[in-house]
Design a protein around this ligand. Sequence first.
Ligand SMILES: O=C(O)CCC(=O)C(=O)O
Ligand SMILES: [Fe+2]
Length: 265
Amino acid sequence: MKKENNYPDIVKEYLTEIAEYYRFLHQDTLRKICNLSDIVLELPEGFIYDKFYSVTEGELENSGGGAGRFMLYDAMDSEDQKKVDGTWLRGHSDSGGFTFITSQPILSLQIRDYYTGKWNFVGHTPNGLIVNIGDAMEFITGGFFKSSIHRVVNPPDDQAGFRRLVLIYFCKPKGDAILDPTALNSSKLQRLGYVKPKEWEIIDFKAWNNEKSRLFGKSKVNDTQSEEPKLVLLYGRLHERWHQAESNFSLEEAEKRFEILKIDV
Ligand SMILES: O=C(O)CCC(=O)C(=O)O
Ligand SMILES: [Fe+2]
């Protein structure tokens, strides 16, 4: 954790506790999720954590790590709600490996079903963590794990007026980790045919994370009336992969059906 950051006073006061909380999430919870992934991928236990997430103290760039975010959503008045059409945070996938979100009782977070395109509310599990898969794990598994498309919307009427607080941890792989399934050498992925698509350039997490962050809020991408963003091609991959569950979906198919922006990286 960078001590020199200009944290708000409330954060400064609790920096030790906050660091302890996030350290626990990374070293304990994330390790368990990675071990579970090893089992699913038929890899030796510890492989994913050690290769992508293990922490080297004093080495920020190429160490496993993450970012904490505290989100406090105030209730919106009806005028503001109209402006954003009831959407507080539009649909997207996270660039990292996994994202942990504290479960809280207001229905507001939605996940988009890959097969039907339907948005479903995420229910509340007291003391639970919601775990989203991010882009990096999708690429590392050659598309076997799917990066979750999620958004935040107006809660149902009987919950309007509440403030909504969530603590988020974005688990990030090492900056120099290569984002394709080659290094896993997973017999399960090979058996199922999940190999690096030829159009994917060989990139590391740092490159993906930097480019995807650069697109957030860019009007060229976001100026659309549709709930879907314009698709941008980054290193041979679509920056949001809303259509990938269709069995025949490929870059070639995407180019026939959608306007795909190519932005210089
Ligand atoms: O507020 C939430 O539950 C999710 C926020 C989110 O998706 C994000 O910060 O990337
Ligand atoms: Fe997100």
